[in-house]
Design a protein around this ligand. Sequence first.
Ligand code: BGC
Length: 551
Amino acid sequence: MLEDENRLWYRDAIFYEIPVRSYYDSNRDGIGDFLGLTQKLDYIKSIGIDCIWLLPFYKSPLKDDGYDISDFYSILPEYGTIEDFDLFLEEAHRRKIRVIADLVLNHVSDQHPWFIEARKSRNNPKRDWFVWSDTMDRYKDARIIFIDTERSNWTWDQNTGQYYWHRFYSHQPDLNYDNPEVREEIKKVIRFWLSRGLDGFRCDAVPYLFEREGTNCENLPETHAFFKEIRRMVDDEFPGTVLLAEANQWPTEAKKYFGNEDEFHMAFNFPLMPRIFIALAKEDSYPIQNIIKQTVPVPPTCDWGVFLRNHDELTLEMVTDEERDIMFSEYAKLPKMRLNLGIRRRLSPLVDADRYILELLHGLIMALPGSPIFYYGDEINMGDNIFLGDRNGVRTPMQWSFDRNAGFSAADPEMLYAPVITNANYHYEFLNVEAQSRLPSSFLNWFRKAVSVRKKNSLVLGRGDIEFLETGNRKVLAFLRSYDSEKMLCIFNLSRDPTNAQLDLRKYAGWTPEESFSRVPFPKIGELPYFFTMPRHSFFWMNLSPPGDGN
Ligand code: BGC
């Protein structure tokens, strides 16, 4: 674990999500690996990343991209050895980059020896590590998550003549958390990886650990109690460990994962993410304001992880039917773009690679409360391939250069785990790290700049309060972030047309706004409404300095 005086580092940090498989192949087998990832740490540092989130890298038949684990204690051989992992961690820490890893604790692969044992006979000692039933009638109120592939949360086991329970794919049986042996084993897994030096976990699918009749089997008190127990354990044995919850829930339930500062340190702000896209589609700031008001404040040692995209479909489970219709009609015009209740596209294609919108969205996600979590490749606006199955279209090889296989691998192209993107609008020959690094005006260089400005203001943007300001124009979102005497005014034009807004800033009469990227001072605030003229899809971040502070 990286030692730091700053106990709340995660509140100020920039996170970056990486699948080892997709990042860099060091041994020409067409699959990314830990040694490859280690070679790219300088790049990761150069874009300002403080913490890497690694997708599952454990042994797995890879039917759900590693979320189907068959051995928690070993690394998928294609990704390297445990020594390679240790070296990667050491090199990341040497660069002051932290690393958290996915902890998939709700389920295992049906190839896991525990399940292979459990389905041998009804009295096998591992039988009770899973959830069994004679009928499919139990837990009827639990929804099905992967609706495109699964018809039920129960699957018949021919050999023993009972059904087993699974919230995700039928090849991912749920562990039975009512069994104390299971709880102890998962603690062992946690200890194993933390003692190798990890800085924490992104805990997968946390709402679903326990099942109770007559409930929807999500967010149960038993589940919260178990995570509180985990929190106590890591606080005692590995102080400084950070736990980040993947709980795709409505705001009131999502917030509960912070507990009383005794459960998770962080949780993804799932409620916010789709509402950003809805606000953009409707050119209306209300959906963002409304959801932020429902998700803040959070306890002082906790924070949201805010994100635009990740490795899954853009999930629309926790929005209204009307909101989902807007999302589908605006962002998923072809049926192939949809998956389950979501949209399987990367950020740039979602917004037709529109540079103005991409900057606007990044400006927003770095200014709203929470720590930004970026998805690999989005810093160069990578494209996707909706013709690859499942969510694989957003998991293609990272585009490093215009060389063979986008510089990702020196293997023969047909050996790659997935084809590189060659669509004319997103072709790796021009959309790659090397080309964008050389071009001062590239998105990658803009991203680096934006991240560095965010980091200069990491206290006010990371920890500050938020106050929404009246703009007289619903297309414009404006808010003030405040942390002690630091103040930042952030204003966004969500519209496809130029517009203007007038802010009542009389409270700050005599203060001077300074545009945060350029440090260009703007006219001093007075008693009259403060007037902004804004090009389409644009934003300002402004540091406010009090009277007498050099002006
Ligand atoms: C992960 C998915 C995965 C699922 C089942 C999630 O929430 O993000 O990628 O398929 O858990 O493990």
